[in-house]
Write a protein of this length. Sequence first.
Length: 239
Amino acid sequence: MDVTKWGAAEWAAFGAVGAVVVYIVLGVIALRQLAESRRLRDLEHRPYVLVDWYFKGFFVALEVRNIGRTPARDVRVTFDKPIRAAAKTRAPNFSIFNAPIPMMAPGRVIRLPMGTGPEFFGENADIPLSYTAQLRYTDMTGKQKYDDPPITLDLGPYQHTTAPRDHASDLVDAVRNVRDTLNKWGSHRGLQVVSTDRLRYERREHRWDHLYESRQMLREGGIRRLWQFELQRLKRRFR
């Protein structure tokens, strides 16, 4: 096929075919972008349930939390081995894992106390430090099912580490300082208010200074000297 001999009709047909190919490619790209945006939107608005260790000082707890933006239904949490707590008192009730959790709203937390760090890492402790958890749940409609990858819970890396700082104690200290300060300001009649309006104080002092200087000018030079003094003061003020 010799394209050098093409006429206007052949070139017009070739342009039409080329336009169709371009439109097909653009349509495929648009469909892929639409599918990707839909997938990202679903990931952003899906429920996301996690199970992990929770620490507060030396106390250790097992926590199930929905960190997603939508509720999760029929949350099933299974472990590779039976869970054992180190706490000798107030033993947690693990029966919540025997049946699905009906619903977990966004931000909802279920926390089970497991004991303290020394109880887990003691010389005679025979408590498992590692578990593998599997989570299965659905969205609020029950149509979309989620089977997340297994999560490994391991307390081993936390051995011989310091306890995380409890910021609640800082809040208590701050509230105590506020209370002490209010007690210093207060009296049997109520709260004492101290005025700090420095601008008003300076204006009042300037008025007294001006009155004193005006009287001095009137005594020394009379009305004429007072008039000159006031003119100079006005010039300095509006300069």
